[in-house]
Design a protein around this ligand. Structure first.
Ligand code: UAG
Ligand code: ATP
Length: 525
């Protein structure tokens, strides 16, 4: 896989730096009017020759500290504030410095300008909300693919343009990287882009410089309060996407109080979707799920979506659980708002491919094997929904392997433990990205919640390695049981003591199955 930094147009336009300073009111000290700019970046590690290096005052360090590395890699000028300019000069660099009060805010619009506003040549759909961004984005992409020969999808799992994909460094890439990827998508003939927009991205202006054709909101639940402070702050950051600078129109799921608030306060035209059958708010919503059958085969659900004109559409979600009815309904309305024929969108979503790490069926039930699932649920609410979705498709016991991540919201740990003890039969408590924290401390906090709900401690296990936890769960399981591993989904690494290790839940299941098949073959030989 190539690095995300390489997701740039092969034939970038060239701009004279003096045009950029005039357009963006950047104040330059010394400037050669002939100086050419071909790209923008905020990270010294991503600089390509011809870039403007935008040095932002970070939460930890000023980006201008890395100006020497950026210049050595080919940056032709530094865009920064006065503190950054002083750092550049102190480092003895003679590179031109372009001054602005807010380098982070200018980085997106500047990159959009340098790349010729690629977002204007693409149909763009952005999805925000605590849970369901990835799933909804992939459902939207399925619908967009039915209408466009080439599409791009950007989010937590991958950055994909056409058939070319790289691992994604985060849910929403930095503003200049986003504009470069959009330019690459345009260069490769893409007609549409579906992307996840995280609340961090909105707070840090990563989508500034792009006005989406349509944006969607899934829900707001407790998460990331370490960054946003409280739920009000979290909501305010999410709501930034529903502003005329950022989007032309919106589609909002109004199942929760936050969605309803957003729909009534948004500064852009909004269509509403109610996805809970029998919800009293459904009557006022433009679109509503009026019946849902969560299909006990575990493959997906069928539902009926009522449109604004009262017409009912038979639809389906290819993933289990009511949350995916919600995601599918939102995706259909988003795709329709983005110009896809409604019947085409309904059909494409029903047949969307499996999404890595989202209720992913790694091994099917049978031949002595339990059904083995991987799911990304890593918040209390998501854990409830994931376990409730799996219960109906589990004839035997529900065996859960889970943890809670380090250096993040500590309050959720005992809550996760309590939920697990209430909704799963057998628990294996283990590590989930402890980052810089002691994994044993995190497990102890989870186990405190487990004990509050299940004082007997029956069927509660602890494993110090995640791979061992999965093997322990498999050793306990029969083919009537379901084993579900939550928390990391598709993620290809695990951070322990600040070091990233290659690790994937899926691979552990597959290795265990291969080992057992091998052992059986030897027995029969
Ligand atoms: C909390 C947060 O989001 N922080 C982001 C913020 O970091 P910061 O202000 O602390 O930056 P800093 O480390 O002080 O560095 C300042 C500047 O120096 C630059 N630098 C730094 C080091 C270097 O060698 N060279 C260099 O140029 C950095 O690129 C940065 O521009 O600005 C940086 C870029 O300007 C981001 O890389 C960084 O994201 C960090 C890596 C991160 O982990 N963010 C996560 C929490 C995040 O954004 N997550 C959401 C999803 C959340 C979810 O829904 O699960 C996401 O969209 O992925
Ligand atoms: N609409 C929904 N409402 C509540 N929970 C959901 C919803 N959709 C998915 N989930 C749960 O949340 C988990 C994450 O789903 P998904 O990856 O689609 O969301 P996300 O918003 O991209 O998450 P993240 O921002 O953490 O990457 C799923 O594994 C599922 O358990």
């Amino acid at each position: 896989m190539t690095s995300p930094a390489r997701m740039r147009p092969q034939h970038p336009a060239t701009h004279r730096v003096t045009d950029l300073t005039a357009t963006f009111s950047l104040v330059a000290d010394t400037l050669d009017p002939a100086l050419a700019v071909t790209g923008v970046t905020v990270s010294s590690g991503d600089v390509a020759p011809g870039d403007l290096f935008v040095a932002v005052p970070g939460l930890k360090v000023h980006g201008a500290t890395y100006a020497p590395q950026a210049v050595a890699a080919g940056a032709v000028a530094v865009v920064t504030d006065t503190a950054g300019a002083a750092l550049v000069r102190d480092a003895g660099l003679t590179v031109p410095v372009l001054l602005t009060d807010d380098p982070r805010a200018v980085s997106g619009p500047l990159a959009a300008h340098v790349h010729g506003h690629p977002g204007k040549d693409l149909v763009t759909v952005g999805v925000t909300g605590t849970n369901g961004k990835t799933t909804t984005t992939y459902f939207v992409d399925a619908a967009l693919r039915a209408a466009h020969a080439v599409t791009a999808v950007l989010g937590t799992v991958e950055l994909r343009v056409g058939d070319d994909a790289v691992e994604s460094p985060r849910t929403t890439v930095e503003a200049p990287a986003l504009q470069a990827i959009l330019a690459l998508a345009r260069e490769r003939g893409a007609g549409a882009v579906a992307m996840e927009v995280s609340s961090h991205a909105l707070a840090l202006g990563r989508v500034r410089g792009l006005t989406f054709d349509v944006v969607g909101f899934t829900n707001l639940q407790r998460d990331h309060l370490d960054f946003h402070g409280d739920m009000e702050g979290y909501f305010r950051d999410k709501a930034r996407l529903f502003d005329p600078e950022q989007a032309r129109r919106g589609v909002v799921v109004v199942d929760d109080e936050w969605g309803r608030r957003l729909a009534s306060s948004a500064q852009i035209p909004v269509e509403t979707v109610a996805t809970h059958v029998d919800d009293p708010h459904a009557a006022d919503a433009d679109w509503a799920v009026v019946t849902a059958d969560i299909g006990l085969d575990g493959v997906g659900s069928s539902f009926v979506l009522r449109g604004p004109d009262g017409t009912e559409h038979a639809a389906a979600s290819p993933l289990p659980g009511l949350v995916n009815v919600s995601n599918a309904a939102l995706a259909i309305v988003l795709a329709h708002a983005a110009g896809v024929d409604l019947a085409v969108a309904v059909d494409a979503v029903a047949h969307a491919h499996e999404i890595p790490g989202r209720m992913e069926r790694v091994v099917e039930r049978g031949d002595g094997w339990p059904l083995c699932l991987v799911d990304y649920a890593h918040t209390p609410d998501a854990l409830v929904l994931a376990l409730e979705a799996v219960r109906p498709i589990t004839p035997g016991r529900l065996i859960l392997v889970f943890g809670s991540d380090g250096d993040r919201d500590q309050g959720k740990r005992p809550i996760m433990g309590q939920i697990a003890a209430r909704l799963a039969d057998v628990l294996v408590v283990t590590d989930e990205n402890p980052r810089s924290e002691d994994p044993a401390t995190i497990r102890a906090a989870i186990l405190e919640g487990v004990r509050a709900e299940r004082p007997s401690g029956a069927d509660v296990h602890e494993a110090t390695s995640r791979a061992q936890a999965i093997r322990d769960a498999l050793a306990l399981a029969t083919d009537q049981d379901t084993v579900i591993v939550t928390g990391k989904g598709h993620e290809p690494t695990q951070e322990i003591a600040g070091v990233f290790h290659r690790y994937n839940d899926r691979d552990v299941y597959l290795a265990a199955r291969a080992e057992r098949s091998h052992a059986r073959a030897e027995q029969h030989a």
